[in-house]
Write a protein that binds this ligand. Structure first.
Ligand SMILES: *Cc1c(COP(=O)(O)O)cnc(C)c1O
Length: 234
């Protein structure tokens, strides 16, 4: 019980701290804090910490694994109203149906095959989550995301040919890189293509990301504490 209580108050305090830093970063940048949405990244976190965040009023969450999210969120949605769930991890096409049924936003649309799988799910399920295209701003070979040079073509495919509405762009800059040029590049692409939402910035650099226009910051460990080292499959 003591453990539960201290975990709960730790999450509550951390959440309050992150929220106030977001507001301050936005204000300093001359932006309205309301423009910035905190996506609390709950992957592989214990249930009690997630419930603590919900109790403290947090409603927007990010998950990386379809299977894990599926095991956890339907029951939480029944208990807490107004939850908005974002998929921020890579999506395999064979899980597209489950992801469409579960998530409110898919931030990781990153290839033609997935775009076409989503079109099929739109036919089957009648609607789709809101979609962000993931851009590999660091052009890392092993990383998911559309390469900057391919973005025009990919957005044209999604919008003009497949009729997908793209609401945002998302990026995961290379580890250890200064986030500023990546956020600036993403903002430039968003402006050029008339895309409103920019998902960039994590625990270590969300304040900087906000200075460069982030509308969605994805913050995990700064809210929930360190994650257990090994992620589940799925
Ligand atoms: C895990 C993860 C985060 C959160 O990372 P923290 O450093 O814990 O804030 C954000 N975005 C993505 C895509 C992630 O996989």
């Amino acid at each position: 019980m003591n453990n539960d209580l201290s975990a709960t108050s730790a999450v509550e305090a951390a959440l309050a701290d992150v929220r106030s830093r977001i507001a301050e970063a936005a204000t300093t940048a001359g932006r309205d804090p309301e423009e910035v949405t905190l996506v609390a990244v709950s992957k592989v976190q214990p249930a009690e910490r997630i419930e603590a965040a919900l109790q403290a009023g947090q409603r927007v969450f990010g998950e990386n694994y379809v299977q894990e999210a599926k095991g956890r969120w339907p029951a939480l949605r029944e208990r807490f109203g107004g939850i908005e769930l974002h998929l921020i991890g890579p999506l395999q096409t064979n899980k597209a149906g489950e992801a469409v049924a579960l998530f409110d936003v898919i931030q990781t649309l990153d290839r033609d095959k997935l775009a076409r799988a989503l079109v099929k799910e739109r036919e089957k399920q009648g609607s789709l989550p809101r979609l962000y295209v993931q851009v590999n701003t660091g052009e890392e070979p092993q990383k998911a995301g559309i390469l900057p040079g391919d973005l025009d073509r990919f957005l044209a495919l999604c919008r003009d040919e497949l009729g997908l509405s793209i609401e945002g762009l998302m990026a995961i800059p290379p580890e250890g890189d200064d986030i500023a040029p990546h956020a600036a590049l993403l903002a430039k692409f968003a402006k050029r293509h008339g895309v409103g939402k920019l998902s960039i910035g994590m625990s270590a650099d969300y304040e900087t990301a906000i200075r460069f226009g982030a509308t969605h910051v994805r913050v995990g460990s700064a809210i929930f504490g360190a994650r257990p080292p090994k992620a589940p499959a799925g």
